[in-house]
Design a protein around this ligand. Structure first.
Ligand code: CTP
Length: 397
């Protein structure tokens, strides 16, 4: 459910997917939200103001030049009184005008004037989506903090096939829910998060590491703190700022991380996002290892690190909700299911890291629990974090 009395300003662009905005309005209202629609001139060719007014039970705004509204600075008010502005469908043209900062109609004017978060849901022909101009516009909008959903893939109204379809209305509703961080839903709870890689020393100047950036774990710690939890973040070596309200403990090795986690117990929820090194070097050299001129180097002896997640799964002070992550490059769901059983976790959040996920800004995750598998659409890591924290709160409620 959406937080009570949530107000959504829905900007409807001019594309065939505009008709799906009608279904979205129905879903948002069923979820407890209030919707006010702004229809672009293009949008009005696909869906009528009467349809939108009937479904939303609110006046539909179509023009910047409405004398009655503008006496009260209507476009500024419209842009400020919502909790979230949703642009759906966000056409290539509408996103281009947003990226350029144009204000030549009601939709672009209020998008320029708003101080509220904006979620854009693109829908367009596959070639338009993949065009360098659109790619650059989406990157610009994302860099400015607009959340741009990934379009769905499939057969399109124009007869072509590929990414560009409007995501299903239920997936859009999920993204909206994720945006409206439910206020203080984790108040009074202690959430423990591990994040980042671990470094396993070979000698004083060298170490074994991995590509984890820590971004997803830090985003989760931030989202949990925003939801009112007391948060302990055990962080491997990463160059990220500590999120507001989070108590951070920096560690280097897997063994140190294990000790810091034990010391932070008890907690209500543990989210183990860290990419813990599986192995450490037995008897790391106290001095820098030197070449001896033979052209060979003595092999490293590796020993297995303790499994922190599995340790928590079997601990006397086991958290009420224990969540692991599984970064996989193949058979993502199967491997994650096996890890859930092996490590005694309640949920495993699986992601495919064969692409640009590690270090990147976005993530596509699958939540594997006793109830089955739930896949979230590709989103910014901050949005993934908000969605997971909302589910954590539901699970604890
Ligand atoms: N994990 C942990 N301690 C370890 C290894 C992993 O706590 N020594 C946790 C991670 O933080 C993550 C989950 O276990 O939540 C899965 O990590 P992953 O590296 O994918 O699992 P492994 O057991 O190392 O499996 P494999 O390397 O065989 O894929």
């Amino acid at each position: 459910m959406l937080p009570s009395s949530t107000r959504i300003l829905l900007v409807i662009g001019g594309g065939i997917a505009a008709y799906k905005a009608a279904e979205l309005i129905r879903l948002i209202r069923r979820d407890g939200g209030d919707v006010t629609c702004v229809l672009t001139e293009g949008g009005s060719h696909f869906v009528t103001p009467l349809t939108l007014a009937a479904l939303s039970e609110n006046a539909v705004h179509t023009t910047l030049w409405d004398l009655k509204n503008e006496v009260e600075m209507g476009h500024i008010q419209l842009s400020r009184q919502a909790d979230l502005v949703v642009v759906c469908p966000a056409t290539a043209d509408l996103m281009a005008r947003m990226a350029a900062g144009m204000a030549d109609d009601l939709a672009t004017t209020l998008l320029l004037a708003t101080d509220k978060p904006v979620l854009a849901v693109p829908a367009m022909n596959v070639r338009m989506w993949q065009h360098a101009a659109t790619v650059a516009n989406v990157a610009t909008l994302r860099a400015r903090g607009v959340s741009v959903m990934e379009p769905a893939e499939g057969a399109m109204a124009c007869g072509e096939f590929g990414p560009g379809r409007l995501p299903e209305p239920l997936a859009i509703l999920d993204a909206i829910r994720a945006h409206l961080s439910a206020p203080q839903v984790l108040a009074g709870k202690h959430v423990l998060v591990t994040a980042g890689p671990t470094h396993e020393p070979i000698d004083p100047v060298r170490y074994i590491a991995n590509r984890s950036s820590g971004k997803q774990g830090f985003a989760l710690a931030a989202a949990a703190a925003q939801a009112g939890a007391r948060v302990t973040l055990v962080a491997g070596p990463v160059a990220l700022p500590t999120p507001p309200g989070v108590m951070r403990i920096d560690v280097e090795t897997a063994v140190d991380m294990g000790h810091a986690v034990d010391a932070a117990l008890p907690c209500d929820v543990a989210i183990m996002v860290a990419a813990v090194a599986d192995w450490r070097v037995a008897g790391a050299s106290p001095q820098k290892r030197k070449k001896d001129g033979s052209g060979r180097i003595a092999p490293l002896e590796l020993i297995e690190n303790p499994d922190i997640l599995a340790g928590l799964g079997a601990a006397v002070m086991r958290p009420r909700l224990l969540i692991g992550f599984a970064a996989e490059t193949e058979n993502v769901i199967d491997h994650a299911r096996a890890k859930r059983a092996r490590k005694g976790a309640d949920w495993i959040i699986a992601n495919d890291v064969s692409g640009d996920v590690m270090g990147g800004a976005d993530n596509t995750v699958h939540i594997i629990s006793a109830a089955g598998t739930e896949s979230l659409p590709r989103m910014a890591k901050a949005d993934v974090a908000t969605a997971i924290i909302a589910k954590v709160a539901d699970a604890l409620a």
